[in-house]
Design a protein around this ligand. Structure first.
Ligand SMILES: CC(C)(COP(=O)(O)OP(=O)(O)OC[C@H]1O[C@@H](n2cnc3c(N)ncnc32)[C@H](O)[C@@H]1OP(=O)(O)O)[C@@H](O)C(=O)NCCC(=O)NCCS
Length: 157
């Protein structure tokens, strides 16, 4: 059976849950190993306050990302990763939109992120705008991007 975006579920992933461990594995594999890096325990300890999301096909976690609170009404989107064989099926988009809706309804008005240059077209397609020139982080080119969210959709702020 072909996997389509219709079969994908996006859910909040509780810190230290089994799904969080799957998400960490996916992040290591996609975002760290290719750079010869790994996550340090001090880095992971900070993640308890973050909003973690997972995209699932059945019990298989195929995508993950998290949002970090920066300031009142401002969050940073980080570490968006989709399993290589599941890309260009709308999974990244579904996760970002799920997160944006949740944050917007919680009073968040601005999302910022540091995009790898290779992922810029993805964020651009989702309405994020480049606000910096190119710089290097972890040895790879990045740009800073931002999106200003509209008011809450269901008025429950
Ligand atoms: C970036 C990433 C998360 C995108 O996830 P995805 O599930 O493949 O993206 P989607 O299918 O939801 O794409 C939504 C839209 O973004 C754009 N887009 C996504 N990937 C793109 C690419 N490689 N090139 C150009 N446009 C792209 C397209 O407009 C796409 O819509 P379309 O497929 O109908 O044309 C995924 O490629 C990935 O995990 N990359 C490696 C890790 C990484 O670089 N993460 C970002 C770190 S800042």
């Amino acid at each position: 059976m072909e996997n389509t975006a219709e079969e994908i579920r996006v859910e909040v992933v509780p810190f230290h849950s089994p799904a969080y461990k799957q998400a960490l594995g996916l992040r290591e594999r996609i975002l760290r190993k290719p750079l010869g890096l790994t996550f340090e325990p001090e880095e992971l300890a900070k993640e308890s306050d973050y909003l973690h999301l997972g995209a699932f096909v059945g019990e298989w976690l195929v995508g993950t990302m998290f949002f970090v609170p920066l300031d009142k009404g401002i969050f940073q989107m980080r570490q968006v990763a989709v399993d290589r064989q599941m890309r260009r099926k709308g999974i990244g988009k579904r996760m970002v939109e799920f997160g944006e809706t949740r944050l917007r309804n919680g009073g968040v008005h601005t999302i910022v992120l540091n995009a790898r240059l290779t992922a810029l077209p993805f964020y651009d397609a989702l309405g994020y705008r480049q606000i910096s020139g190119q710089y290097f982080d972890l040895g790879i080119p990045h740009v800073k991007m931002v999106k200003f969210l509209d008011g809450p959709i269901d008025g429950d702020r």
